[in-house]
Write a protein that binds this ligand. Sequence first.
Ligand code: NAI
Length: 720
Amino acid sequence: MSDTIRWAQDGDGVVVLTMDAPGQSANTMNEAFVTALSATVERLEAERETLTGVVLSSAKRTFFAGGDLDEIIRLRPEDAATFTAHAQAIKGLLRRVETLGKPVVSVIAGAAMGGGLELALATHRRIIADVPGAQVGLPEVGLGLLPGAGGIVRTVRMLGVATALPKVLLSGARFTPAQALEIGLVDDVVATVDDLLPAARAWIAANPAPVQPWDVKGFTIPGGTPAGGALAGQLPFMAAGLRSQVNGAPAAAQRAIMAAAVEGSQVDVDTAGLIETRYLVSLAVGQEAKNRIRSTFFDMQAIKSGASRPKDVPASSVSSVVVVGAGMMGAGIAYVAAKAGIDVILKDVTLEGAQRGKAHAEKIEAGLVAKGRTTQDRSDALLARITFTDSYDDCRGVDLVVEAVFEDVELKQKVFAELQGVVGDDVLLASNTSTLPITSLAAAVSRPDDVVGLHFFSPVERMALVEIVKGERTSPRTLARAFDFVQQLRKTPIVVNDSRGFFTSRVIIARLDEAVALLGEGVDPASIEQAGLQSGYPAGPLQLLDELTLTLPRAIREQAKQAVLAGGGTWTPAASEAVFDALIDVHGRTGRVGGGGFYDYDEAGKRVGLWPGLREHFTHVAGDPAQELPFKDLQERVLFAEALEAYRAFDEGVIETEPDANVGSLLGIGFPAWTGGALQYVHQYAGGPAGFAARATELAAQYGDRFLPPASLAVLEAQV
Ligand code: NAI
């Protein structure tokens, strides 16, 4: 036997199998594991009469990690037959485990996610220890895949289609031991790791010959099947629910999961398994899964492991921070810092202003306590970490400063200048500016090396991204410390150079400008919004603009224009400019806060519909041809505008790595998740970067030079 699955039999005849892939930090479903599993199953069958039961355990921190994503991301359509055989072989082995005729128990002391839970579902009982890190779930949907080692087949039979689909398979949720017990994914929770084996042995002794419920004659699935039972009535609503949830966007995994669950519920276990395999293979050889695997796994791993962090600076952590400016952003930053265990001083001009900032944290915490998501004690301790003041005197002794005062260069310079006289010589000076050059803010202090941009997104407590901006003088040590701070806040850092709009603002403006240009050409506004939603953006571009307020992109544009003119250049107006100007100056429409923008709002601020004036002033005056643009062009003009801008930022060195660009576009500005990010969209386009460049050239010929691809794009090395 190999070391991958160790075999140990005791005097009672119980075989303890320990999964312990040599040289790997986790057990994965690689070739060595499948070989070991196959040999183990053969031996279990051969020695069936001399054993009383089997315990499946792991020597690693996690129980089992699932499929090997390095292998899956490389699968091509021509690999479909081989991959089908591979998946079926694993399923066959798992069926032999559950039909062994002897009790098989999984003991779980860490994470059993994805393939790990699927392995455990093929045993007769799952016992989990209530220890930190112990959790179960089937998160494959987030990778654009489905649980293809029996996860759909078995959860459907255990919980019923109406529970398994929304709660486990489509949500991809992680369950704590208590939650897993409640929903029925595990059977028993014990207090410590040491309690696992005794509990398993006791169950084996009491259940000498268990049979899975679905192998008992006359078994029916809880809640029934589409052919009968409650499910028949629920199914149309479930399908409609999924439809409204994905809003017409590409969602191959969700559709495949629903189909495999519903179709599989109408046939026997083995046929259901084959259906599940077929859908898995269709996803695994397709592009969407590769995009999602790249962004959610490989790109995130590159970021987390510090690819953009200077290597030779030792790791640092912060224990106290002063946040200057307790407005919307400052209050949010204070809250997430306190949540991460950091002491926070909130400083504003007046004590009342500072206190309002703390009230924001109190409000969020009260909501969490009411929902049972935190305890009163934990909440009290978190809030006690936030103090507020109107005086710099209280800010001595902190490790880090974040300023979030009004967006005004002189004010921010003044704040930094005042602070440097108060805080220690080594304290990092960070600014949450969304548009001002970091280098200009650093000019106000005697140690510009310590100044850095920390661009948080709103609402801070929900947005995972922080854009770290390097000024001309920002030192590698400062950058590394800022990076560590962002990770300490459990947020995702990307690193960008100090350039107009940094990365995310620059890219999103390209999207919004293009959408508004379409309106100016006479495209119906409802089609523009639909094109955005069906491309997979979380909201239509016009709706988003109303939230941002139309004057904001115009102010950014005016700044950019002044800079170009001051530098002696000529300003080429974007196609969107006339539309913005007419809406703001002629029609007085500035967005939701201003009472109306592209949409109308009722008194409570609720969106009631597109402003009819849009059609009157734009759609009907531009003439017919524009209204008949192909829907694909409406979608691609916006996607390309944004992807091209992201590529230009990369090409110019504003952002230095592809993972930073992809993750920044996904987490910061809602680039469609199925694409894997703004640069991955270029890679995955039919024909790769060259294909994207060819299509961009086509769009340029038809719609304008802004679509002309940079020369380096067509020769960009393709990646899957
Ligand atoms: P805000 O207007 O809600 O808050 C600004 C706060 O700063 C106010 O409480 C004000 O009293 C305080 N303040 C002004 N002068 C001060 C001084 N000398 N000392 C101490 N406090 C002072 O503004 P918001 O939206 O929170 O923005 C703050 C910064 O964050 C700006 O630089 C903005 O560009 C940036 N930002 C804003 C985002 C947003 O979505 N609102 C997103 C990312 C960055």
